[in-house]
Design a protein around this ligand. Structure first.
Ligand code: ASP
Length: 457
C-alpha cells in the first residue's frame, strides 16, 4: 500500500484534480490520499492558505469579510463545478467556510490555526465528493477520526507519540481514505497546524502509522535537484538519496520536502518518492535508508540558506572556564531561543541562530544579560550570515573533499568564516556572507558536478 500526498500546486484547479485522480486510479496500491490546500495556479496567484490567513486577520480585527470569503470560495467553487459536483453538496462546504468566524476559539492563535487548516479540510472534502461521484469508494477522515494528536503549539505543532497508537487501532475502510494534511488536534481538541508546508508531515505520519510500502509525494518538479535551479543552471536531478542527506539539504533550503517530514519516514523505514504530478511516469527522487544506498557521486547536493545570524563571544581562557557554556545556554533557555550550531575555539565561541525566532527587543535583552553575567572580552552580533551545506554519503572515507570545496571559493575571493563537519561525515557546513552564498554554491557545484573533481579513495 502507498500513501500519496499531493502538494498545493497539484490541487490548484479542476484540470490538476483530473490529473491527480488519474494518478490515484492507475495504481491500485495508492489508497491513502493526503491533500494540501489549493496552491498557486500561476506565479501571480495566491495560495488558499495565505488567503485564509488574511481571512483570520480580518476576523480578528473586525473587518468586513465578504470579499475575502468570496475570493476563497471561488477557488473551491471552480473545482466543484469542473466536476459538476451538486450545488447542495457544495453549499454544505461553503457553510463550513462561512461559519469559521462564528466559532469559539481558545485564543487568536488557535483561531488562526483553525482557519488555516480549513484550506486542506475543504480540499479533502471536495476530492472525496469528486471520487464518490466517479463511483469510487472514498471516505474522508480528518485528524479527529484518525487520532492525529499534536502538541499545543497552534502554528508549529509537533506530532505526539500517541498518534501512532491511535493509527494502529484505526480500522482502514476499503476504498480510498482521503485525509486533509497540515494539522492535528491537541489534547484539548483544538486544531493546531504544523509549520508551513506541513502537509508533508501528515503524509509521512500516515505512511509510518499504516506501514505503507512507499510514501509518494507529488509536487510540481520532476525530481529533487542537486542544487537550487534558481542558483545553478540545469542542476543534475538526484535519482536516489538517503534520509539524512535529505534532512540536511532541506534544513538548508531544499524546500521540495518539509524537513520534519523525514523523521516519521525514518522511524517507520518507509521510502519516500518525490514525483511530478505533471509527469507521473518519471521516476522522480527516491529517499531511502542508508543501507539501501550506494553513493555514485562524492556529493549529492549543495544548498544555502540565509535566515541565520550569529553571536560571537571572545574571552581569554574560555577553554579552562567551567560552566561558561552552561550559563550561556541558560540565558538562551530563559528567552526561549534555540541555537543551530556552536563552533568554538580556545578563547572564543560562535553561536548560530535561526534569525526568524527573534522578536523585537529580545536579542538586545539577551545580549545585555550575556554581557552582565558572562563578562566576555568582546561580544559581537553578526547579522550578515548565510550557511552553505555540502551534503553527500559519498564524502565519507574520502580524502581531499574539503580542499575541493574551499579551493574554488578562494579562487573567487569568497571568504569563509566558519567550517563545521558533522560527526556523521556526510555534510560540511560553511558560513559566508549572504551576498557570497549563491556564488559559493555555484563554485562548489561546478567543481563537483561539471568538472568531475577527482577525489582519492
Ligand atoms: N497549505 C499549507 C501551506 O501552504 C500546508 C502545505 O501546503 O503543506 O503551508
Amino acid at each position: 500500500m502507498k500513501v500519496v500526498k499531493f502538494g498545493g500546486s497539484s490541487l490548484a484547479d479542476g484540470p490538476h484534480f483530473e490529473k491527480i485522480i488519474k494518478i490515484i486510479t492507475t495504481d491500485p496500491e495508492r489508497k491513502i490520499i493526503v491533500t494540501s490546500a489549493p496552491g498557486k495556479r500561476d506565479k501571480t496567484d495566491c495560495k488558499i492558505t495565505d488567503l485564509l490567513i488574511d481571512y483570520a486577520h480580518k476576523t480578528i480585527t473586525n473587518q468586513s469579510l465578504t470579499a475575502i470569503q468570496q475570493q476563497i470560495w471561488q477557488r473551491y467553487e471552480e473545482i466543484g463545478s469542473y466536476f459538476s459536483v451538486s450545488t447542495e453538496k457544495m453549499a454544505v462546504l461553503k457553510q463550513i467556510l462561512l461559519n469559521l468566524p462564528k466559532k469559539e476559539y481558545l485564543n487568536n492563535n488557535y483561531l488562526l490555526a483553525e482557519f488555516k487548516a480549513h484550506g486542506e479540510i475543504l480540499n479533502a472534502h471536495i476530492l472525496t465528493l469528486i471520487l464518490q461521484q466517479l463511483n469510487l469508494n472514498a471516505h474522508f477522515a480528518g485528524s479527529g477520526e484518525l487520532g492525529i494528536e499534536v502538541t499545543a503549539n497552534p502554528q508549529d505543532a509537533m506530532i505526539v507519540p500517541e498518534t501512532y497508537d491511535n493509527l494502529a487501532k484505526y480500522h482502514l475502510p476499503s476504498g480510498y481514505l482521503v485525509v486533509p494534511g497540515f494539522y492535528g488536534l491537541t489534547k484539548k481538541g483544538q486544531i493546531a497546524t504544523f509549520s508551513r508546508g506541513g502537509s508533508d508531515i501528515t503524509g509521512a505520519v500516515l505512511a509510518r502509522g499504516f506501514h505503507a510500502r512507499v510514501y509518494e509525494n507529488f509536487t510540481d518538479v520532476d525530481a529533487i535537484y542537486s542544487a537550487n535551479p534558481a542558483i545553478v543552471r540545469h542542476p543534475k536531478a538526484i535519482s536516489k538519496m538517503t534520509y539524512r542527506e535529505m534532512r540536511e539539504l532541506s534544513y538548508a533550503g531544499f524546500s521540495v520536502f518539509h524537513d520534519e517530514a523525514i523523521l516519521p519516514a525514518i522511524a517507520g523505514n518507509v521510502p519516500i518518492n518525490v514525483k511530478n504530478t505533471n509527469h507521473p511516469n518519471l521516476k522522480g527522487t527516491m529517499i531511502v535508508p542508508a543501507k539501501d544506498f550506494h553513493a555514485l557521486n562524492v556529493i549529492t547536493g549543495v544548498a544555502t540558506a540565509t535566515h541565520f545570524s550569529a553571536l560571537y563571544l571572545h574571552r581569554y581562557l574560555l577553554n579552562k572556564e567551567v560552566g561558561f557554556t552552561l550559563k550561556l545556554l541558560q540565558i538562551f533557555y530563559k528567552y526561549h531561543i534555540s541555537y543551530e550550531h556552536m563552533p568554538s575555539g580556545i578563547d572564543d565561541l560562535t553561536v548560530i541562530f535561526d534569525d526568524r525566532q527573534f522578536t523585537a527587543g529580545v536579542r538586545e535583552k539577551m545580549c545585555q544579560e550575556i554581557r552582565t553575567q558572562l563578562k566576555p572580552d568582546s561580544l559581537e552580533w553578526i547579522d550578515d550570515y548565510a550557511i552553505i551545506m555540502v551534503v553527500g554519503e559519498g564524502m565519507r572515507n574520502k580524502v581531499g573533499v574539503m580542499a575541493k570545496i574551499i579551493e574554488p571559493l578562494a579562487a573567487q575571493n569568497i571568504g569563509v568564516h566558519m567550517i563545521n563537519q558533522g560527526a556523521s561525515r556526510i555534510s560540511i557546513m560553511l558560513g559566508t556572507k549572504r551576498k557570497d552564498a549563491p556564488a559559493a554554491v555555484r563554485q562548489i557545484y561546478n567543481n563537483f558536478f561539471t568538472q568531475g573533481a577527482k577525489i582519492n579513495d
